[in-house]
Design a protein around this ligand. Structure first.
Ligand code: AMP
Ligand code: MG
Length: 320
């Protein structure tokens, strides 16, 4: 049975009754609940099997609500919010005392953003409370970018997926925190670093789970298919090494070499990084359904959204 529906009024009814609704955003689908309902927030962690030490992002309808969530806004945070909201940029700021500890994992900061999706915005405007909405997938697995992806994960666990079509951006928000009023990137995401630097100048990336090829043990397994997945610089070399296996490949553009493989997805024939980002998770979902021995992903160019895509692919390749 499908739990997918376009009925916003029904979603409001459920959220007001402290239940969860999966909602569309421009990044990925979120598993949403009232931030002030302990019942709903606990249910989010339980449903996702997400550890309680992993804080949630608060979603608000308008910048006017920011003072109800945070206690201080550094000048550069204000500039970023004005430049990118509504949009895929999350700001981590000192929390307002009314924000429950469950949301922030006990930290004195809270993550907040305004999503840029007409359905999410209408929903938030009609509700009297903000929504916590981590990605609507079991902890560690591939994020959902269609209502059907969420349905496949949580058909038996939640009542409704509010259908807002395929997510236009396709990877999670970029997260920015502050140290002594200066911004720091905590997570690469859908807002490219170059666009952020155009607003606030050079910015440090302190992506703790940042990957170095010789330290695979430091990698956080996340966004990961069940099928073994590797990320390579040289596709034809990798295909040679893994000859004889049932292989699926995932590439940015059409490969130059003849790839005689069981399954193949090209993310952007025209080499458009935004198109590739929007298709990335659906491609991983599809590849994971093919009963392959191995998924080989080819590394993206290391700039703009390519950097964010590489970050997600690296985390997808960590073994369970
Ligand atoms: P998700 O909602 O699944 O995209 O994940 C939210 C992410 O936001 C978490 O994994 C954290 O990395 C980050 N986050 C949320 N709140 C905070 C905070 N107060 N300080 C630092 N990072 C945060
Ligand atoms: Mg997530």
């Amino acid at each position: 049975m499908s739990i997918i529906s376009k009925d916003i009024s029904k979603a409001i009814e459920l959220l007001e009754a402290e239940e969860l609704v999966a909602i569309p955003t421009e990044t990925v689908y979120g598993l949403a609940g009232n931030i002030y309902s302990e019942k709903a927030i606990k249910l989010i962690f339980e449903t996702k099997k997400r550890p309680f030490f992993n804080p949630l992002i608060v979603h608000i309808a308008s910048i006017d609500l920011l003072p109800t969530i945070v206690s201080h806004v550094p000048l550069k945070a204000k500039l970023l919010a004005e430049a990118f909201w509504p949009g895929p940029l999350t700001l981590v700021l000192p929390k307002n005392q009314h924000i429950p500890d469950l949301i922030t994992a006990g930290k004195n900061t809270v993550a907040v953003r305004i999503p840029n999706h007409p359905t999410a915005l209408e929903l938030l405007k009609r509700l009297e409370f903000p929504l916590a909405a981590p990605s609507a997938n079991p902890f560690g697995s591939i994020s959902p970018t269609t209502a059907q992806h969420v349905n496949d994960y949580f058909e038996n666990d939640i009542t409704m997926v509010l259908d807002g079509g395929s997510c236009q951006r396709g990877i999670e928000s970029t997260i920015i925190g502050f140290n002594n009023e200066e911004p720091i990137i905590y997570r690469l995401g859908s807002t490219p670093i170059e666009a952020i630097e155009a607003v606030v100048g050079t910015i440090e990336i302190k992506n703790k789970k940042q990957i170095t090829p010789d330290a695979p043990g430091m990698l956080d397994r996340h966004y990961a298919p069940k099928t073994q997945t590797i990320l390579v610089e040289n596709l034809s070399e990798a295909l040679q090494i893994h000859q004889g296996k049932q292989i699926g490949i995932l590439t940015f553009k059409t490969p130059k070499t003849n790839t005689n493989v069981a399954f193949q997805i090209v993310l952007s024939e025209t080499q458009n990084l935004q198109e590739a980002a929007s298709k990335l998770y659906d491609a991983l979902h599809q590849l994971d359904k093919q009963e392959l021995d191995l998924i080989i992903a080819e590394r993206f160019p290391d700039f703009g959204l390519g950097k964010s895509i590489n970050d997600r692919l690296q985390r997808a390749t960590v073994q369970a």
